[in-house]
Design a protein around this ligand. Sequence first.
Ligand SMILES: [Cu+2]
Length: 164
Amino acid sequence: MRFYALTAASILVFGACAGGDTANEGTTDTAAPAATTTPPAGGGQAATGAPITGTTHEVRMLLDGQTYKFDPANLTIKQGDGVKWVMVSGGPHNVAFDPAKIPDDVEAVLSANMPNQMMPLSSPYMTQPDENYTISFAGVKPGTYDYVCTPHVMMGMTGKITVQ
Ligand SMILES: [Cu+2]
């Protein structure tokens, strides 16, 4: 818990400092990566996301009684699949990977596949039912990647995606 507390605090500080920076917002649009026809780049330095080529899995974000959670919290997918996070209740929620815990080569791919980042590797907040955010895991190498909901990380709202 202590580690997460420090992580959340550092994210908040960083967010405050980066609040006026709109440089990243112009590089992606609101369309899901799957909607583009941009071919995947081989070098991992793609400026635009690689489209989903497999199944799109759904993860619900909700307040269940007293518990904020991702459902399912642990999800195993194949490289090229997508994950669609859907706001159900208890928002605002988001999907935030910690750049310090993601390998650099994966960070580059994941970042290109995450439109409208609020902070590095963080989705915008979702507050209304059925608001959603989809990430393509095309080009993301196999591994297990932890993520959190920034507003509710202290309440244990964490999840992980395992890419096979
Ligand atoms: Cu949340």
